[in-house]
Each structure stands twice: as structure tokens, then as C-alpha cells.
Design a protein around this ligand. Structure first.
Ligand SMILES: NC(=O)C1=CN([C@@H]2O[C@H](COP(=O)(O)OP(=O)(O)OC[C@H]3O[C@@H](n4cnc5c(N)ncnc54)[C@H](O)[C@@H]3O)[C@@H](O)[C@H]2O)C=CC1
Ligand SMILES: CC(=O)C(=O)O
Length: 377
């Protein structure tokens, strides 16, 4: 199979979908790899390293004229023109809040396999986890920074000092982002509260962190109370593949003190705060609404590309090799986790929550794959 790796074009997105080691693995398995010129530079990988590993350095157009494109972020409108029928696109897609991208993929009959919906039988999302680890740790780090007065915050140190109280961090959603945000917040000495809908998850968090955290079941009453007292709120809720629920209302934001900070990590799925009505960029990451600093960058790990590229590709490349070796039909029919990653196929939306988000017809990927000529042969 011919695999293409375009350079990412999103604002300050310096991750790349493959390392030279990943290229060597694909080449060793008998595949060809086209890497767009300078695609890896932001992550510290030079064209020469890719060449030595067996890749060919090409233009953007050539990197898209392949059987399978591996990317990091969802394609931007400038890239839709490269879509072609039967192209396998293996990347984060986040289609629920993206009607135009969903249409471009279905109109062009692209096989859209989304990293974020590949799901193991125990519910874990193996290709989202590494970036959630990064974004969760960054969320507290960034929150602490934006609480500093020169960055628009109320001017508090999350850990306090002897004789002065600690800052309050409220984390909504106790999954991978939430747990990693908590680790850093506890390390800084903050007063940490985690809300989750799932009591079993709260039990696990209690076992992990003990008395270093407070746990609260997530409901509008508890959320309103916790948010009103918080210095920093981290939005870390996920319903896989679906648009994020707007759990924190505008009134709750109004109840926060001026100079408080919210970090809406879940903005890639639309965000959980009613007031994060737009995505921000690493160039201009915050805006102030009702006196509260809002951060809503949808590619947070792009700011630490070296760590993120290594962490992401550790997990994505083994799946890419499966797809390249077997073809997507066989690979997805033989691996339930990968099958769940298919969001668009043969011109249809094949992920229920995405179809529901856009009012489009839903078709089961398995059915379409089983009736595909390459399966029948
Ligand atoms: N902005 C960015 O750059 C990045 C964003 N993300 C996003 O962060 C979000 C969270 O991801 P993960 O932590 O990996 O998901 P996860 O699945 O590990 O955790 C989500 C948690 O939310 C909980 N939850 C669901 N409904 C809830 C409710 N009503 N109230 C409270 N908790 C609720 C679940 O029980 C679960 O524990 C996702 O949207 C993900 O795509 C991840 C990485 C980077
Ligand atoms: C998960 C995601 O949106 C990211 O890593 O950018």
C-alpha cells in the first residue's frame, strides 16, 4: 500500500502522523511511504531521517495522492480538495461538531477512520488516551499560568503558601484528561474536586488519589456549587464520538469570580461550557467572558509536539500497519476496535452519534464492509 503523510496545517500544529521509526516499520512490511517536505520538522524529525528510513519526500499533493493518508488533526477546508473516492483517511476527525467536513468526506466517498472512536472491548479509546494524557497535564499547567495577573487571571498561586489558602481546581469528567489534570493539580498543592457521572469511576479515583481529592457525583446542582467556588475549571467530559453536552451553563459562569479560568479541553467535541462558543488557537488562546478567562484550543498537544508525536504514533502506527497489510476491509472486519473507528464509508456516515448530530442517514460499517467486493472475493 502507498501511505501518505501530509504536513499539518492547523494553527501551531507541529505534530506529525509518523516518525522515522514508523516509516521503517511500514517499509519493512512491504509498503511505500510518501512524507510531505518538512512534515516532521516541528517534532524534531528532519526529511533526511525519513529518507534514511525509506520514505520519499514529496509535495502536499503527492502526499494526498495515495491509498491511505495518515494525519494528526482533522482536515481543514483547504485540504478537502485532495479527497478522492476510496481514500483511507486515518486521523482525528471529531465529526460531530463538523458538518462541512462530514459532507466533504461522504460526498467524496472517503473511508474516514477516526482515531478518537477506535474503541477496545473494555471501552478504552487507545488512540485518544495518549493525547488526553498530554492535554490533561497541560490543562492544569495552563490554568495555573492564566491565573497569573499578567495573563488576565485573578492573581493566585494554585498551591498557596503557608498562611494563605490554596486555589480551587474543579475537574468535570474524571477520565484520562481529568485524571491527568488532577495529577498535576495535586502536585502543585491545589484543592482538587473531580465530578463524574459514573460512581464507579469516582470510586476508582478515590482509590488512586485518596484524600488528595474531593469527588462529587455530576449533576447540575453539584456542578453549579463547585463551579461558583472554583478558581480553575477543567472541562474533561466525553461521550465517545458525540457532541459534548453543554453542562456548565452561562449562569454558572456568571457566578464565578472575576479572573477565574476555564480550560475547555472537550472543545474538540464542541465543548462543555455554554460560553465556549468558539474554538481558540495557540496564537490567541484565550478570551474573557463575564470576567472569566476562557481557553478553548482544540489541538492542545500541538504545543508540545515532540512528546505528543512520540506518544501518539506509539499507538497509531501498529493499527496503520494492520490496515496497510490487510486492506481496510479485512483489517476492520477482523478487529472490532478498528471497526468502531470507521465514521464514513461508501458515502455514508457509519458512526451513529455523528449521523444523529447532523440529521444524516446512518449505515452500519460492518454491513457495508461485508458487502464490499474485496470481502466477497
Ligand atoms: N483540546 C484538545 O486538544 C484535546 C481534547 N481532548 C478531549 O478531551 C475530552 C475528554 O477525553 P478523555 O478524558 O480521554 O475521555 P474519557 O472517556 O477518558 O473520560 C470522559 C469522562 O467523562 C465522564 N462523563 C460523561 N458524562 C459526564 C457528565 N455529564 N458529567 C461528568 N462526567 C461525565 C465519563 O464518565 C468519563 O469518565 C474528549 O472530548 C477528548 O477528545 C483530548 C485530547 C486533546
Ligand atoms: C485529541 C485531539 O483533539 C488532539 O490531540 O488534538
Amino acid at each position: 500500500m502507498l501511505v501518505g503523510i501530509p504536513k499539518e496545517i492547523k494553527n501551531n500544529e507541529n505534530r506529525v502522523a509518523i516518525t522515522p521509526a514508523g516509516v521503517a516499520n511500514l517499509v519493512h512490511a512491504g509498503h511505500r511511504v510518501f512524507v510531505e517536505k518538512s512534515a516532521g520538522v516541528g517534532s524534531g524529525f528532519l526529511d533526511d531521517q525519513y529518507t534514511v528510513a525509506g520514505a520519499k519526500i514529496v509535495t502536499a499533493e503527492e502526499a494526498w495522492s495515495v491509498d491511505m493518508v495518515m494525519k494528526v488533526k482533522e482536515p481543514l477546508p483547504e485540504e478537502y480538495g485532495y479527497f478522492h473516492e476510496g481514500l483511507i483517511l486515518f486521523t482525528y476527525l471529531h465529526l460531530a461538531p463538523e458538518p462541512a467536513l462530514t459532507k466533504a468526506l461522504t460526498d467524496n466517498k472517503v473511508v474516514g477512520i477516526a482515531y478518537e472512536t477506535v474503541q477496545l472491548s473494555n471501552g478504552v479509546l487507545p488512540l485518544l488516551v495518549p493525547m488526553s494524557e498530554v492535554a490533561g497535564r497541560m490543562a492544569t499547567q495552563l490554568g495555573a499560568q492564566f491565573l497569573e495577573q499578567p495573563h488576565g487571571g485573578k492573581g493566585i498561586l494554585l498551591g498557596g503558601i503557608p498562611g494563605v489558602s490554596r486555589g480551587k481546581v474543579v475537574i468535570v469528567g474524571g477520565g484520562h484528561v481529568g485524571t491527568n489534570a488532577a495529577k498535576v493539580a495535586i502536585g502543585l498543592g491545589a484543592d482538587v474536586t473531580i465530578l463524574d457521572l459514573n460512581p464507579e469511576r469516582l470510586r476508582q479515583l478515590d482509590d488512586i488519589f485518596g484524600h488528595s481529592i474531593n469527588t462529587l457525583i455530576s449533576n447540575p446542582y453539584n456542578l453549579a456549587e463547585a463551579v461558583s467556588e472554583a478558581d480553575l475549571v477543567v472541562g474533561a467530559v466525553l461521550i465517545p464520538g458525540a457532541k459534548a453536552p453543554k453542562l456548565v451553563t452561562e449562569d454558572m459562569i456568571k457566578s464565578m469570580k472575576n479572573g477565574s479560568v476555564i480550560i475547555d479541553v472537550a472543545i474538540d467535541q464542541g465543548g462543555i461550557f455554554e460560553t465556549t462558543d468558539r474554538i481558540t488557537t495557540h496564537d490567541d488562546p484565550t478570551y474573557v467572558k463575564h470576567g472569566v478567562v476562557h481557553y478553548a484550543v482544540a489541538n492542545m498537544p500541538g504545543a508540545v509536539p515532540r512528546t505528543s508525536t512520540l506518544g501518539l504514533t506509539n499507538c497509531t502506527v501498529p493499527y496503520a500497519i494492520q490496515i496497510a497489510n490487510k486492506g481496510y476491509v479485512k483489517a476492520c472486519l477482523e478487529d472490532e476496535a478498528l471497526l468502531k473507528g470507521i465514521n464514513t464509508l461508501d458515502g455514508y456516515v457509519t458512526f451513529k452519534a455523528v449521523a444523529e448530530a447532523h440529521g444524516l442517514e446512518y449505515k452500519e460499517a460492518k454491513e457495508l464492509l461485508e458487502s464490499s467486493p474485496s470481502h466477497i472475493i
